[in-house]
Write a protein that binds this ligand. Structure first.
Ligand SMILES: Cc1ncc(COP(=O)(O)O)c(C=O)c1O
Length: 406
């Protein structure tokens, strides 16, 4: 009789977005005349930039012609894209990477879930709390998280690093020594960022204790402050201790188009074993490449027009972030984030729980956000709004929230 991977049975239900969906649907049915503004889910809304669409059309045409048709992509991705990444994302920041250190994929979600496969089953994993849930769930599926403890709302073998307004959403080094440390900056959900000095301390710490940092920089393009690093490799020694995850989803609106990459430096080793070689082996066996036409679209992001157009989209979203942050601050709310990230993380008023505030905003203002407690126990008492809506809706949502105070 076959057996299943029982680790899957330990996973608690992922209720966050389905519960939100159900509550919103019930409200809409009960109040068909109310207009609802959704500032909850972290998905882009602007269409792909013209330079990207043009590259897609050209690549589609190539696929229909014998001479230019392409089959399987090289395992690690086409050289034209990996070279564009090295030249545009890294070289200008003083980071020298070999194109063999770049692995093209179809998403940072899958990369951040899959990367744990190349590490031993007994490694101790540290995550921020609140956190993007994929890091914890993927380690739980692999049996590395121990047991889920409902009373703690956490796993017995995961090291949680609280990130709250008291520590400015920057975790302290944990008491227990981790082997694998997940860091995501600019952060989803708190919208916070690390300065270069702060990130350097994590790199030094990881080298000292022999840990690997899995650095998710999916929101790198939203950084506006000078002292915030775009890549962990801007820190000294990071190539010896860090893997970096990047995505085209939020940089260039590829959430539905799917393209990302992971950097595994050759200098990152466990004894004599290069992690670059292990990830190459894993990639070669389990992944057959992102589509040619999508990789061409990714290349177009780095063209002059592509850079201008995607930067304008990010500026549009970040203007929304400013509208939210300033508008809510004026209305007396305590707000964080929204400066180097498209997320505004706000303290719920009057000691309300995250879900109470969700219900309050939905019923009184017709605005949907995300309860902070859905991202981990230390998210309780916080609430996330995203800057990915239209400017018109964003303004309307904030006006409605402001009007509640009158
Ligand atoms: C922190 C973080 N990493 C990764 C992802 C997923 O990126 P992708 O669309 O490339 O799978 C998201 C998406 O919201 C995210 O918030």
């Amino acid at each position: 009789m076959f057996k299943i991977n029982e680790n899957y049975l330990k996973l608690p239900g992922s209720y966050l977005f389905s519960t939100i969906g159900k509550k919103v649907k019930a409200f809409e049915q009960a109040n068909p005349d109310r207009n609802i503004i959704r500032l909850g889910i972290g998905d882009v809304t602007l269409p792909l930039a013209p330079a990207i669409i043009e590259a897609l059309h050209m690549a589609v045409d190539e696929m229909g012609v014998q001479e230019t048709f392409r089959g399987y992509s090289p395992d690690q991705g086409y050289e034209f894209l990996r070279k564009a990444i090295v030249d545009h994302d890294y070289k200008p920041r003083g980071v020298d990477l070999d194109i063999d250190e770049i692995f093209i994929s179809d998403g940072a979600k899958s990369d951040s879930a899959n990367i744990q496969e190349i590490f031993g089953p007994d490694n101790k994993v540290a995550v921020c709390d609140p956190v993007y849930p994929v890091y914890v769930d993927s380690n739980a599926m692999a049996g590395r998280a121990g047991d889920y403890l409902p009373e703690k709302e956490g796993w017995s073998r995961i090291i949680y690093m609280p990130c709250t307004m008291e520590n400015n959403f920057v975790p302290e080094f944990p008491k227990e020594t981790p082997d694998m440390i997940y860091l995501c900056y600019p952060n989803n959900p708190t919208g916070s960022a690390l300065t270069k000095d702060q990130l350097q301390k994590w790199v030094d710490y990881a080298i000292e204790i022999g840990a690997v940092i899995l650095y998710d920089a999916a929101y790198e393009a939203y950084i506006s402050e000078e002292n915030v690093p775009h890549s962990i490799y801007e820190c000294d020694g990071a190539k010896r201790c860090a893997i970096e995850l990047r995505s085209f989803s939020k940089n260039a609106g590829f959430t539905g188009t799917r393209l990302a990459f992971t950097v595994v430096p050759k200098a990152l080793k466990c004894g004599d074993v290069s992690l670059n070689g292990l990830w190459a082996r894993r990639h070669g066996t389990k992944f057959n490449g992102a589509p040619y036409i999508i990789q061409r679209a990714g290349e177009a992001v780095y063209s002059k027009a592509g850079q201008e157009q995607t930067k304008a989209q990010i500026a549009y979203y970040m203007n929304n972030a400013k509208v939210i942050r300033e508008g809510l601050t004026q209305a007396g709310y305590l707000c964080f984030g929204g400066v180097n990230a498209p997320y505004i993380w706000m303290k719920t008023p009057d000691g309300m729980t995250s879900w109470d505030f969700f219900d309050y905003l939905l019923s009184r203002a017709g605005v949907v956000g995300t309860p902070g407690s859905g991202f981990g126990p230390h998210g309780e008492g916080y609430f996330r709004l995203t800057a990915f809506g239209s400017l018109e809706n964003t303004k309307k949502a904030i006006e409605r929230i402001q009007a509640l105070n009158r």
